[in-house]
Ligand binder design. Structure first.
Ligand code: MTE
Length: 322
């Protein structure tokens, strides 16, 4: 993220998948799952079955898809979404994570949830998703590097998970941490960031219905390079808020430290709301290049989700709190 020249160069001109193709493909996946052709015939894949391209069954579409996605915002292809990634634990180049994360074995996986809550504890990947219907959320994804994609995530509302641990009145913020493991995440041997990768949200942001813990995309389990097995998605914020491969969630009264803010505080603030009016010190945020498109698009305040989230920041000077 620190190297500006990378941003515009290293991209394929892949076509974007028309919606009808995606719907047909989803119908196929559903049939495959029901008839047992799919790897996961019902519900979540069992432990040994976690592998790329394993479909989930029973994924619902939600109102968010219809409300915030205009017709002219087609989905990016699976190939785009899984081959142009930021995941420094597997290398700093956009193509590195796809190549270097293939051997990563996500399961078994546990997240420790603690801090200011009445019921601290651990939650396994299976327990995380069990009581909830998995939902498909088609969200715009706007990277701070001024490129964007449209991604059909599979996830569960973050609020539903957090409530299980009964946060107390001291829980003003939520801190997140990625796995720290030099063997499994070889990029951590390079001191490009202060490992483990850290992110944070204010409590009301975390509880907002748009915030999800994503466990997959395109109806399938999360590819390693996109943050397997579970990552954060907050679509009105720059992509770096979307911390991958989460192992710890902590409720706390102080604003959490975040990796990119520690690396360059003038460039990456705590809030990181998509804001075309706040110029990054080294480039404009007014436009963005949608991966797979030729012409730039105008960047929208809060990445187009202002109707849903602007109220969270009423009275705040968003130039100061960038
Ligand atoms: N999470 C971890 N653990 N490590 C990272 O390097 N990169 C962030 C974010 N989450 C990153 C991370 C950045 S800069 C972006 S833009 C998004 O992941 C990219 O998510 P994607 O690869 O699914 O598009």
């Amino acid at each position: 993220m620190l190297i500006k020249n990378r941003i515009a160069s290293d991209v394929s001109g892949s076509e974007i998948t028309p919606k009808t193709v995606f719907d047909n493909r989803r119908a196929f996946l559903k049939t495959a799952a029901l008839t047992g052709i799919g790897l996961a015939a019902a519900g979540l894949p069992s432990l040994p079955a976690y592998a790329a391209r394993t479909p989930f069954s029973g994924v619902q579409k939600t109102q968010w898809t219809a409300k915030s996605m205009p017709e002219n915002d087609p989905l990016n292809t699976y190939e785009d979404i899984t081959s142009y990634n930021n995941f420094y634990e597997f290398g700093t180049g956009k193509r590195d994570p796809q190549e270097n994360a293939q051997d990563f074995k996500p399961l078994p996986w546990e997240i420790t949830v603690d801090g200011a809550c009445a019921k601290p504890g651990k939650i396994s990947f299976e327990d995380l998703t069990k009581p909830h219907a998995l939902e498909e959320r088609v969200y715009r994804h706007r990277c701070v590097e001024a490129w964007s994609m449209v991604i059909p995530w599979v996830g569960i509302p973050l609020a539903a998970v957090l409530k299980r641990f009964e946060p107390t009145a001291d829980a003003k913020y939520v801190a997140f941490e990625t796995l720290m493991d030099l063997e499994r995440m070889p990029g951590q041997r390079q001191r490009v960031l202060n490992w483990p990768y850290k992110e944070g949200l204010r409590m009301d942001e975390a509880m907002h219905p748009l915030s999800i813990l994503a466990v997959g995309l395109y109806g399938e389990v999360m590819p390693n390079q996109n943050g397997a097995p579970v990552r954060l998605v907050t679509p009105w914020k720059y992509g770096f808020k979307g911390i991958k491969s989460i192992v710890r969630i902590k409720f706390q009264s102080e604003m959490p430290a975040t990796s990119w803010n520690e690396a360059a505080s003038r460039e990456y603030g705590f809030y990181s709301n998509v804001n075309p009016a706040v110029t990054h010190p080294r480039w404009s945020q007014e436009t963005e290049r949608r991966i797979g498109e030729l012409f730039k698009r105008k960047t929208l305040p809060f990445n187009g989700y202002a109707e849903e989230v602007a109220g969270l920041y009423q009275g705040m000077d968003l130039r100061k709190w960038f």
